[in-house]
Design a protein around this ligand. Structure first.
Ligand code: IDP
Ligand code: MG
Length: 136
């Protein structure tokens, strides 16, 4: 049965800074994802705080929000069958050191905080995150 889904992907500042935007987009396309919306933006720390609100009690929350707002990011809506899970698999583990061979974070991630990409973790959160960046 067909289950076409959309998920939110972000190419984070560490990857944009290293000019990896096109390379990472090619990986998504080569893995069957359609980039249906995209924009390159820089957000305020206050916006990052809203986006990462689920992590507000974590010790790394402030650094995480400062980091996401530290430079340009590329925000994309990706579409594919079961795209939420497919994107999580393609990204790899949060910590690049634990990410499997062939994943984006294994290939490009520098550290657990500078891990190059974000991807929604559920269909429900994908909808919330897509609205966050693309609702007009
Ligand atoms: P995810 O990005 O794989 O979904 P989350 O647990 O949702 O991982 O964490 C959001 C982001 O917060 C991670 O991508 C990473 O950049 C950062 N992060 C997660 N855990 C840590 C940590 O222990 N130290 C520093 N940063 C962290
Ligand atoms: Mg997450």
């Amino acid at each position: 049965m067909s289950n076409l889904e959309q998920t939110l992907s972000i190419i984070k500042p560490d990857a944009v800074e290293r000019n990896l935007e096109n390379e990472i987009k090619e990986i998504f396309k080569n893995n069957g994802f359609l980039i249906v919306k995209e924009k390159k933006i820089q957000i305020e720390k206050s916006e990052a705080e809203k986006f990462y609100k689920v992590h507000e009690t974590k010790p790394f929350y402030s650094d995480l929000c400062a980091y996401l707002s530290s430079g340009p990011i590329v925000v994309m809506v990706l579409e594919k069958e079961n795209s939420v899970l497919a994107n999580r698999e393609l990204m790899g583990a949060t910590n690049p050191k634990e990410a499997k061979e062939g994943t984006i974070r294994k290939r490009y991630g520098i550290s657990i905080d500078k891990n190059s990409v974000h991807g929604s973790d559920s269909v429900e959160n994908a909808k919330i995150e897509i609205d966050f960046f693309f609702k007009d």
